[in-house]
Design a binder for this molecule. Structure first.
Ligand code: NAD
Length: 485
């Protein structure tokens, strides 16, 4: 196999497991098996937790200004290795080199934010009564776990690891078993940057390991990113053990296109949003609500979509099963009377005939009750629902159970404002198809796209990764006192 066995990372070393259960890692580019990953035992998790617990006690005593020095060095290592790290993502996930590189660039931005954390957690102090001072300090939660999905093998792990560790926690990562190789490189680079052993660990596995993490008494907080079905399971299970939990789920992002939208810009933005990373983004445009006479804009969307060629500027979807599922959604919509304007079914790439490719697909005259309008497809597909008014379009958007992102395309400030106020989503775009907030703003959806309070990145994540200590101090007994002293 092209890559060595994917191992756990415990106490600063790649560790073998007593488990005999392995899964094959396939490259979606051509279906070849490139590695195998161990499905760890509960004993492996115990070892990781013990090591993390001991390391965390020392790590929290290191002043934060010193802790973040590791991330200053780590950022340089990410920059130095950007091409190799990107190529690895291409191979294990199937995205294009440009998309993979953007993922590493985002990981660098997340690392930079962590480097700035000392400026944001300075705490507060106030003389609350004569001679009496109250102060607030941020303390780490302890040993924390991060469970991540397949679609961003490097960026999503960086959403949690940089901030959690810089804030004094020890983090145990459970990579996606589908794309576990990138996390191996992350572990090596963190070690090279000088992170003490045990502060970052990896325990590979699938459903069983996720359940073991939720149940383990030595883990104080669990963050999860993945589908809504599993987010709900993780939220419920880990909360039942009184852990702090933040679980991000799936999405069905609606774009509302108004007749006055700039046709070229809307065409290219919508096509890029629905097909970027082969539509396997929780921020991808998935349903487009076209208000009134918008045929000229839909034509532009189709024109731009036809320029997106599988194997050239469009990557593969993650598995044969995913390809089949996506194509079934398209066929079912067609059978129910929707019109396929651009058809990505049966895409083949020369020389990569065994790769899992689906071309960009634009489906028009979709009814809100059809599966393509309601469910997360997670492929390069956009479903167009025609509507008569902005009110009706907003009702369609509000009616979907998810709430990650929503966007409006218009040149009218007043109409954009209506969408900003009334769309039921955590992240809103105006003339932007993928409205990911950049640091220091935080990332997180609403409704069935997120369970738990606060967001997973940016300033909001500080609350999740720390607990507040409130200290009241009086030193001078001779000082004049009042009733609060
Ligand atoms: P997934 O839910 O299948 O898997 C996510 C993690 O959960 C993996 O580590 C996996 O091992 C584990 N898992 C899978 N099934 C499980 C089960 N039954 N019990 C316990 N653990 C289980 O998600 P995925 O297919 O890897 O990723 C795609 C999904 O992630 C999409 O729904 C996408 O929208 C979502 N996602 C959301 C965000 C966000 O920010 N909201 C970001 C990225 C991806």
């Amino acid at each position: 196999m092209k890559y060595p066995d994917v191992k756990n990372f415990i106490q600063g070393e790649f560790a073998t497991s007593d488990s005999q259960r392995f899964l094959k890692v396939e490259s979606p580019l051509d279906g070849s098996v490139i590695a195998q990953v161990v499905m760890s035992s509960s004993e492996d998790l115990n070892k990781a937790v013990l090591s993390a617990k001991a390391a965390q006690k020392n790590w929290e005593k290191v002043p934060i200004k010193e802790r973040v020095q590791v991330f200053f060095r780590y950022k340089q290592l990410l920059k130095k290795n950007v091409d190799a790290l990107s190529n690895l993502i291409v191979e294990e996930n199937g995205k294009t080199f440009g998309e993979a590189k953007a993922e590493i660039e985002k990981a660098i931005e997340l690392t930079e934010f962590a480097c700035a954390l000392p400026q944001l957690v300075a705490g507060e102090v106030l003389e609350v009564s004569k001679g009496v001072e109250c102060r607030i300090e941020h303390w780490p939660v302890g040993v924390v776990a991060s469970i991540v999905p397949f679609n961003f093998p490097s960026m999503v792990p960086h959403w949690t690891l940089c901030n959690a560790i810089a804030l004094g926690n020890a983090l145990i990562m459970k990579p996606s078993e589908v794309v576990p190789i990138s996390c191996q490189r992350i572990a090596s680079l963190l070690k090279e940057a000088g992170l003490p052993d045990g502060v970052f660990s990896i325990v590979n596995g699938d459903k069983e390991m996720v359940e073991a993490i939720c149940d383990h008494p030595g883990i104080d907080a669990v963050s999860f990113v993945g589908s809504t079905k599993v987010a709900k399971l993780v939220y419920t299970r880990a909360s039942s053990h009184f852990k702090r939990v933040l679980a991000l789920g799936g999405a069905k992002n609606h774009l509302i296109v108004l007749p006055d939208a700039h046709p070229e810009m809307t065409g290219s933005n919508v096509a890029a949003s629905m097909s970027g990373c082969a539509g396997q983004r929780c921020m991808a445009a998935s349903a487009l609500v076209a208000v009134g006479q918008t045929d000229h804009i839909i034509e532009k969307i189709c024109e731009e979509s036809r320029k997106i060629i599988p194997g050239k500027n469009l990557g593969a979807v993650i598995s044969a099963q995913a390809k089949k599922r996506i194509e079934q959604y398209i066929t079912e919509a067609e059978q129910q009377g929707a019109k396929i304007l651009v058809d990505g079914r049966g895409a083949k790439v020369e020389g990569k005939e065994n790769g899992y490719y689906v071309g960009p697909t634009v489906i028009d005259f979709v009814k809100p009750e059809m599966a393509v309008a309601r469910e997360e497809i997670f492929g390069p597909v956009i479903s167009i629902i025609r509507s008569r008014s902005l009110e009706e379009a907003l009702a369609i958007e509000n009616n979907n159970p998810y709430g990650n992102a929503a966007a409006v395309f218009t040149q009218s400030g007043g109409l954009a404002r209506q969408v900003m106020e009334n769309a039921s989503a955590g992240m809103i775009g105006v003339n932007i198809g993928v409205p990911v907030p950049r640091e220091p703003f935080s990332f997180g959806g609403w409704n069935e796209s997120k369970f738990g309070t606060g967001d997973i990145t940016g300033k909001s994540s500080i609350e999740f990764w720390t607990k507040l200590k409130k200290i009241t101090v009086k030193w001078n007994p001779e000082s004049r006192t009042n009733w609060m002293s």
